[in-house]
Unconditional design. Structure first.
Length: 162
């Protein structure tokens, strides 16, 4: 199994030790996580307003939660075989992006804003954001970490940062 970054603890929520976590992960369920090298059981995980709210078994008050502020949360990613054509969002990070026959940059972030995830691509002095749409992605080679995009759909959906 491989340790993957789930997200970063922003702050406690409430008095009973719940944690607000920023994450671009698409993990459906977590049983245990690692924070500062220590394993914790997950007693609840909810998603609301683009954040995860995580309750850890031995973190039962605001003081214990406050001690974890700013920490990164890791989980064990199982090596199960995903269905054909699917992948984890975390696999996209760092991937080279190819448009036509030209590499335009690398995926530096994937954010969830509701209707569709948004990928940030940086390269050659540009930053561009695109929605993660099936019609935009021609292929994703997970082994070579190469994301090939449809030129026409890219031009229709790309938003460049000034």
């Amino acid at each position: 199994m491989t340790k993957e970054l789930f997200g970063k603890i922003l702050k406690p929520r409430g008095l009973k030790g719940e944690l607000k976590v920023m994450s671009a992960s698409d993990v459906p369920a977590l049983k245990t996580v690692t924070v500062y090298g220590k394993d914790y059981s997950v007693t609840s995980l909810t998603f609301a307003d683009n954040f995860y709210y995580l309750k850890l078994g031995s973190v039962s008050n605001i003081e214990a939660a406050e001690a974890l502020r700013g920490a990164e949360v890791y989980y064990e990613r199982s090596e199960e075989t995903l269905p054909a054509g699917t992948y984890y969002v975390s696999d996209l990070i760092g991937s080279e992006v190819v448009l036509g026959d030209k590499a335009i940059g690398r995926v530096t972030a994937v954010d969830s804003f509701g209707a569709a995830d948004v990928m940030t691509i940086e390269g050659d002095g540009i930053t561009v954001r695109i929605p993660h749409l099936k019609k935009l992605i021609i292929s994703f080679d997970i082994e070579s970490k190469t994301l090939t995009l449809d030129q026409k759909t890219f031009e229709e959906t790309a938003v460049y940062e000034d």
